[in-house]
Design a protein around this ligand. Structure first.
Ligand code: NAD
Ligand code: TYD
Length: 339
C-alpha cells in the first residue's frame, strides 16, 4: 500500500506519519509538504531513518509538480492534511487560504482521478459548522449540522469539503471526509493556544487570553485523531463524513490556569487581550457515527493528554526554541503587540 500524506511536516500530519509507519511497517508513506512556516523537517527526523518513508517538497496547489509526483509514485490512498491552519493568520491574509486549502485540494483530487487513487481522504475540521451557544450545552455538531462558517480559515475548509463532495458525485472519486475538533499533543506549532501558553509560561511571558476566556473548544489528543483517520481510510464508507471528537469541552481560561498550575507558574501571567474578530464561542462534536460504525473511541483523556503534552515541551526545548527564534518573533509582535 502506498499512501501520500500531505502536510506531513506539520502538527497532525507528522503524528499521522509516525502512527502509520509504526502500525503498518509494510506500507510506503510518501510525505508531501512545501515546508511553510508551519512545516518542520526536524519533526520527521526519525521517519527519515525508515526506508518506507520518503519526503517530497511540493506545493499541493502546483499542478505540474503534483501530477508528476503522482505519475512517479502511483499512490493507492491520499490523505490531505496540508493546509493553512491558523484562524488568526486567516483574518490577516485570507487569500493564501484560498490557494492552499481550496485550490490545493482540487489539484490533489484531479491527480487522484487521473491516477486511479482508491481513496482520497480530506482532513477537515469541526469549524465548518460555525459555533454553538454557551447556554445550550445539549447542542452538539452532528454530520447533519449545516455548514455555516465564521472565519476565512473555516470558510476555506468548508469550500474544500464541498469540492470533495462534488468530486465524489460528479466524477465518482472515492472520498471520505473527517471533521475533527481541536487537537493537542507533540509537534504542535506554538501559534496555537496550548503550545503558545506552555512556551510563554516556561519563559515567564504574559499569557494572552482573548476576550473573556470563556470560549469553549472540544479537545482531542492528536494520536486519537490519527487512529480515527486510520480507521476511516480502511473501513469508512465512500462518500461519507465522519465527525471526530472526544466529549472534552473546556473553556480557554481553564486550560491556561491548568498549564500555570502544572508548570508552577503564577496566574498573574494571564493577560486578557482584545478578542479575535468573529471569535467562535463554542465547538462540540457528537462522535456517535464514528463510534457506532467504526468502533472508534478516544484512548487518552484530557488529564493524561495535557500532562504528556506539557512533558513533551519540557523534553523538546530544542524543537521549539529553534522555531521561536526565527520569523516567529515578527509574527508574535505583529499579532500581539496591539491587542
Ligand atoms: P499545521 O499548520 O501544523 O501543518 C500544516 C502543514 O501543511 C505544514 O507542514 C505546512 O508546511 C503544510 N502546507 C501548508 N501549505 C502547503 C502547501 N501549499 N503545499 C504543501 N504543504 C503545505 O496544521 P495541523 O494543525 O497539523 O492541521 C492539519 C490538518 O488538520 C489541516 O487540514 C487542518 O485544517 C486540520 N485540522 C486541524 C485541527 C487542529 O486542531 N490543529 C483540527 C481539525 C482539523
Ligand atoms: P486556536 O488554538 O487558535 O484554535 P482555534 O481557534 O482553531 O480553535 O485557539 C483556541 C482558542 O484559544 C480560541 O478560542 C482562541 C483562543 N486563543 C487565545 O485566547 N489566545 C491565544 O493567544 C490563542 C492563539 C488562542
Amino acid at each position: 500500500m502506498k499512501i501520500i500524506v500531505t502536510g506531513g511536516a506539520g502538527f497532525i500530519g507528522s503524528n499521522f506519519v509516525y502512527h502509520m509507519l509504526n502500525k503498518y511497517p509494510e506500507y510506503e508513506i510518501i510525505c508531501v509538504d512545501n515546508l511553510t512556516y508551519a512545516g518542520n523537517l526536524s519533526t520527521l527526523q526519525e521517519a527519515f531513518k525508515n526506508e518506507k518513508f520518503s519526503f517530497h517538497k511540493v506545493d499541493i496547489a502546483d499542478r505540474n509538480a503534483v501530477f508528476s509526483l503522482f505519475e512517479e509514485v502511483r499512490p493507492d490512498i491520499v490523505v490531505n492534511f496540508a493546509a493553512e491552519s491558523h484562524v488568526d493568520r486567516s483574518i490577516e491574509n485570507p487569500s493564501i487560504f484560498v490557494d492552499t486549502n481550496i485550490s490545493g485540494t482540487v489539484v490533489l483530487m484531479d491527480a487522484s482521478i487521473k491516477y486511479g487513487v482508491k481513496r482520497y481522504h480530506q482532513v477537515s475540521t469541526d469549524e465548518v459548522y460555525g459555533d454553538l451557544p454557551l447556554d445550550k450545552p445539549e447542542l452538539l455538531f452532528t454530520e447533519e449540522t449545516p455548514v455555516k462558517t465564521s472565519s476565512p480559515y473555516s470558510s476555506s475548509k468548508a469550500s474544500a469539503d464541498l469540492f470533495v463532495h462534488a468530486y465524489n458525485r460528479t466524477y465518482g472519486l472515492p472520498i471520505t471526509i473527517s471533521r475533527c475538533s481541536n487537537n493537542y499533543g507533540p509537534n504542535h506549532f506554538p501559534e496555537k493556544l496550548i503550545p503558545l501558553m506552555i512556551i510563554n509560561a516556561l519563559n515567564d511571558k504574559p499569557l494572552p487570553v482573548y476576550g473573556d476566556g470563556q470560549n469553549v473548544r472540544d479537545w482531542l489528543y492528536v494520536e486519537d485523531h490519527c487512529e480515527a483517520i486510520d480507521l476511516i481510510i480502511h473501513d469508512g464508507k465512500i462518500g461519507e463524513v465522519y465527525n471526530v471528537g472526544g466529549h472534552n469541552e473546556m473553556a480557554n481560561i481553564d486550560i491556561v490556569k491548568l498549564i500555570c498550575k502544572t508548570l508552577d507558574k503564577p496566574e498573574s501571567l494571564i493577560t486578557y487581550v482584545n478578542d479575535r474578530k468573529g471569535h467562535d464561542r463554542r465547538y462540540a462534536i457528537d462522535p456517535t457515527k464514528i463510534h457506532s460504525e467504526l468502533g472508534w473511541l478516544p484512548k487518552t483523556n484530557f488529564e493524561n493528554g495535557i500532562q504528556k503534552t506539557i512533558q513533551w515541551y519540557l523534553d523538546n526545548r530544542d524543537w521549539w526554541e529553534e522555531i521561536i527564534s526565527g520569523d516567529y518573533q515578527n509574527y508574535y509582535k505583529e499579532m500581539y503587540s496591539n491587542r
